[in-house]
Design a protein around this ligand. Structure first.
Ligand SMILES: O=c1ccn([C@H]2C[C@H](O)[C@@H](CO)O2)c(=O)[nH]1
Length: 152
């Protein structure tokens, strides 16, 4: 595991403790490594109407954008797992971003002109699967298609 991946997975695990996931009882944490070396994190925020639930990656990206730093994301870490009785995520299987989150991550990737490394970890253990966003979302539609952001 490289240093960025380790740091991102640890931060994602910490973020997942703040998941609001009383319906699925599946906690997800996401961490973004920023150009300046700082981290921005998020956790899933479920809603009683179910369909309005927000994924951890989307919350993290929205937070970075609200800080004026959407184009400064350089790497991503995600973890998730079924919650135990204390609300802690469990499990050793890496979790990868859902389709909508891949598209949301792509906005940051294209605005920053970087094919984001996405490190997918588990709640527990050392298993990690690392990808580039272009592997997870090939032939992506994004800001460049609308003439916005740096050319690919
Ligand atoms: O990439 C994903 C996939 C799922 N979830 C959340 C949504 C829901 O709250 C819970 C179960 O799907 O996990 C995320 O946060 N990110």
């Amino acid at each position: 595991m490289n240093d960025d991946a380790t740091r991102l997975i640890e931060a994602a695990r910490a973020a997942a403790h703040h998941a609001h996931a009383p319906y699925s009882r599946f906690a997800v944490g996401a961490a973004l490594l920023m150009k300046d070396g700082t981290l921005v994190t998020g956790a899933n925020v479920e809603n009683a109407s179910y369909g309005l639930s927000l994924c951890a990656e989307t919350v993290a990206i929205a937070t970075a954008s609200a800080q004026g730093r959407l184009a400064e994301v350089v790497a991503v870490g995600v973890i998730g797992g079924a919650m135990d009785a204390d609300g802690r995520p469990t499990g050793t299987g890496p979790v990868s971003p859902c389709g909508r989150c891949r598209q949301v991550l792509n906005e940051a990737a294209q605005m920053g002109g970087v094919d984001l490394p996405v490190h997918c970890g588990a709640a527990e253990g050392d298993a990690i699967a690392s990808y580039r966003l272009s592997e997870l979302l090939p032939h992506a539609f994004g800001p460049a298609d609308l003439g916005i952001g740096p050319a690919r």
